[in-house]
Design a binder for this molecule. Structure first.
Ligand code: ASP
Ligand code: MG
Length: 406
């Protein structure tokens, strides 16, 4: 008998019929002998609807009031799901985040979970009940309702699984797992049976459509076995766990990409200590996130400095950089907002040489120019012109044989 936390996303509980389907599924799992704690999201579209209501009334609503409003979406689904279960003759109790004491800090709209009191849940489970908990919400020390940020129900589920020391945390969603790359770009993309937390975090651009990435960090920190699977089709989904040194790892697990990148370069900056912080400091001050950074070793007493930002931040970053360049006496500022980042990810690359070379050769064979390169222990990323994105992803997927079952 296992203790399982299951989370059903907005589409899975999007209509009354779907809520009934979820209830049937839960009963089936309970009949298999499992103890179930269930986390649900709001019905699909509901959180957006509530947000736009708020914005119609006040263009900058107070965070506290916004959380009172947004948390109602999940309160509806927990009650409906319990009613569906009762209708099928199964006892279930619903709880809001505050009722099961999901204690968070007081950062409204993106609160962090600090503690969970699992007493009530354990008592209910001991009585053979199914426990249904509202995702995405908690309360702070003063009892104010808080929410965890968009997609936060995944984090609720993982946090509950950690607190209850559950055997597995299963995220039921509208896709059947994590793929080697986006199947819309490469139709031969394959569902991965297993992937490590680290890989999943490095593949955030692929994973983000499946899971709130914060929930993966949470799962890694508390070593919660996390499984992503479809609400609508059968199958084992993708299991996300720590690396098992006894198991042989695939060298490459996937090809991730970020479409909307931009790069900025300042040319001919005087090469002296403090230059990097003088260039990036003002960018950071405006809360613009910088991804890759490259500084050349200059041959004279000047250097060139390049970094990438999200495309949405390009104009703002360009403005700041132009100002900085002037004050530093740099020669020129250049930029390009038509670039993308393609990454090859896999824990197996630690023990295999030549991955970078295969990657560069593959791109060269397609005559794709690499503008920037960066590496981590389990990832190699390149920046290429956006017009080559699909070609690059397909060629790399093929070069690393990702369509084959390894
Ligand atoms: N209902 C919230 C949202 O739409 C939380 C969630 O679905 O995970 O972001
Ligand atoms: Mg979601």
């Amino acid at each position: 008998m296992a203790l399982i936390v299951q989370k059903y996303g907005g589409t899975s509980v999007g209509t009354v019929e779907r809520i009934q389907e979820v209830a049937k599924k839960l009963i089936k799992h309970q009949n298999e002998g499992h103890n179930l704690v269930v986390v649900v999201s709001a019905m699909s579209g509901e959180t957006n609807r509530l947000l736009s209501l708020a914005n119609e009334i006040n263009d900058r609503p107070h965070g506290r009031e916004l959380d009172v409003l947004l948390s109602t979406g999940e309160q509806v689904t927990i009650a409906l799901l319990c009613m569906a279960l009762e209708q099928f003759g199964v006892h279930a109790n619903s709880y809001t985040g505050g009722q099961v004491k999901i204690l968070t800090d007081n950062t409204h709209n993106k609160a962090r979970i600090m503690e969970i009191d699992d007493n009530k849940i354990r008592t209910d489970l001991a009585k053979g009940r199914i426990v249904v908990v509202a995702g995405f919400q908690g309360c702070d020390k003063q009892g104010n309702i808080t929410t965890l940020g968009r997609g936060g129900s995944d984090t609720t589920a993982v946090a509950l699984a950690a607190a209850l020391k559950a055997d597995e945390c299963q995220i039921f969603t509208d896709v059947d797992g994590v793929y080697t790359t986006d199947p819309r770009v490469v139709s031969e993309a394959r569902r991965l049976d297993h992937i490590t937390y680290e890989e999943m975090l490095e593949m955030a651009s692929l994973g983000a459509k499946v899971l709130q990435i914060r929930s993966v960090e949470f799962a890694r920190n508390y070593n919660v076995a996390l499984r992503v699977l479809s609400s609508f089709t059968e199958g084992g989904g993708t299991l996300i766990t720590a690396e098992d040194p006894k198991m042989e790892q695939a060298v490459i697990s996937g090809i991730a990409f970020n479409r909307d990148e931009a790069k900025l370069t300042v040319l001919g900056v005087p090469d002296h200590p403090g230059i990097a912080s003088q260039i990036l400091g003002p960018i950071a001050k405006e809360n613009i996130e910088v991804d890759m950074i490259i500084q050349n070793t200059g041959s004279d007493s000047t250097t060139d400095f390049t970094f990438t930002v999200h495309r949405n931040d390009y104009q703002a970053a360009l403005k700041i950089l132009t100002k900085t360049a002037e004050s530093l006496g740099a020669r020129e500022v250049a930029g390009d907002d038509k670039i993308t980042k393609v990454s090859v990810v896999g824990v197996g690359m630690r023990s295999h040489a030549g991955i970078a070379n295969t990657m560069f050769e593959t791109l060269a064979n397609e005559a794709i120019n690499i503008c920037m390169i960066s590496t981590s222990e389990i990832k190699i990323s390149v920046v290429v012109d956006e017009k080559y994105l699909e070609l690059a992803v397909r060629a790399l997927h093929n070069a690393f044989n990702l369509e084959q079952i390894s």
